[in-house]
Design a protein around this ligand. Structure first.
Ligand SMILES: [Zn+2]
Length: 270
C-alpha cells in the first residue's frame, strides 16, 4: 500500500478522493463522493451515472463540475456502459469525447478503457463495485477498470494492465489506485460467488464465519495486481466502505438499487 488516497475539498462543495502517487507522476486518479452536485434524492447530490433515473441534465452538470475541479476538459471525456465483462477499449484521438457528457455515445459493453492522450478524462461509474486505475509513467498511459465480483473473477484489472503493456521487467513504472468500494463488513456473498472468487485466486480475500462468506473485492484486486508483478508500495487502496460511509458514497446494496453513482476519473495531466 502506498501513501494513501486523500479526500480534498473543491469549489462548489465537491469533495474528491485523489491519489498522491499518481499526482507526483503527472497523472490524475480521482474518485468522486456524493458531496456537492445538483441531483435530488435518492441521487443526491453528485450523481455521476446516466444509467439511473436521474435527470441527464443533472448528470451533465455534475460531471462538468467534477472534471473542471480536476482541471480537465469535459468535452474530451470518455465513458463506458459497463456490463461486468472484460472488454477494454483504447481511447484514441478519434474516440475522445465519446460518452463523457452524452450517454448514447458511451462505449457499449465495456469495462475498461485506457489512453495515451493527455487531458482526456476516462470516466467509470460505481455504487459498490471496485474502481481500479492503472498508469504507466514511462509510456505515459493511463487506464481504468470496473470490477464488481464478476469483473474481479474475470481479472479485468490485470487484463487492463497487460493491454497497457505491463512488463515485469519494468514493474516500477506501473502504479495503481483502487477506489472506494463495498467492504467485507457489508459484502456477504453466497456460495456460488465465494467459490468463483476462490477459483480465481481470491481465497485470501474471503472470510467465513457462521456459515456465511464475506468478500473483500478491493483487497482481491490489489492482490491480483501484486501477483502480476506490481510493487505493493505502488498501489494505493481506499480502506473505507461505500455501504458504511453513507454521507460520502452511493451504495447499491445499502440503498436497495435506488441510488446514484460515484465516478472514477483518470487522466494524464496536461
Ligand atoms: Zn461496510
Amino acid at each position: 500500500m502506498g501513501a494513501g488516497l486523500r479526500i480534498r475539498s473543491k469549489d462548489g462543495g465537491l469533495a474528491l478522493i485523489e491519489s498522491s502517487i499518481f499526482e507526483e507522476e503527472g497523472f490524475i486518479a480521482a474518485f468522486t463522493t456524493r458531496m456537492g452536485g445538483w441531483s435530488p434524492r435518492p441521487f443526491d447530490g453528485l450523481n455521476m451515472g446516466f444509467g439511473v433515473p436521474d435527470d441527464p441534465a443533472n448528470v451533465r452538470m455534475n460531471r462538468t463540475a467534477a472534471l473542471k475541479a480536476l482541471g480537465l476538459d469535459p468535452s474530451a471525456a470518455a465513458a463506458m456502459r459497463q456490463v461486468h465483462g472484460d472488454r477494454i477499449v483504447e481511447v484514441t484521438e478519434a474516440l475522445k469525447g465519446c460518452g463523457g457528457l452524452e450517454y448514447g455515445k458511451s462505449f457499449p459493453s465495456t469495462d475498461g478503457m485506457y489512453t495515451a492522450i493527455a487531458g482526456v478524462a476516462l470516466i467509470s461509474t460505481f455504487a459498490d463495485c471496485v474502481p481500479v486505475v492503472v498508469a504507466d509513467r514511462a509510456a505515459r498511459k493511463i487506464g481504468l477498470a470496473h470490477a464488481g465480483w464478476r469483473g474481479t473473477v474475470l481479472d479485468v484489472a490485470v487484463k487492463l494492465a497487460l493491454r497497457m503493456g505491463f512488463d515485469k521487467g519494468r514493474a516500477g513504472d506501473f502504479m495503481a489506485a483502487i477506489g472506494p468500494c463495498v467492504g467485507p463488513c457489508c459484502y456477504e456473498v453466497g456460495d456460488d460467488v465465494a467459490l468463483a472468487l476462490a477459483g480465481a485466486g481470491g481465497a485470501a480475500a474471503l472470510t467465513a464465519e457462521g456459515g456465511k462468506s464475506r468478500a473483500d473485492l478491493g483487497l482481491m484486486n490489489e492482490l491480483r495486481l501484486i501477483g502480476l508483478g506490481f510493487a505493493p508500495d505502488r498501489i494505493e487502496r481506499y480502506e473505507g466502505c461505500t455501504s458504511c460511509e453513507e454521507g460520502l458514497f452511493f451504495s447499491h446494496r445499502r440503498d436497495r438499487g435506488r441510488t446514484g453513482r460515484s465516478a472514477a476519473i483518470a487522466a494524464i495531466a496536461v
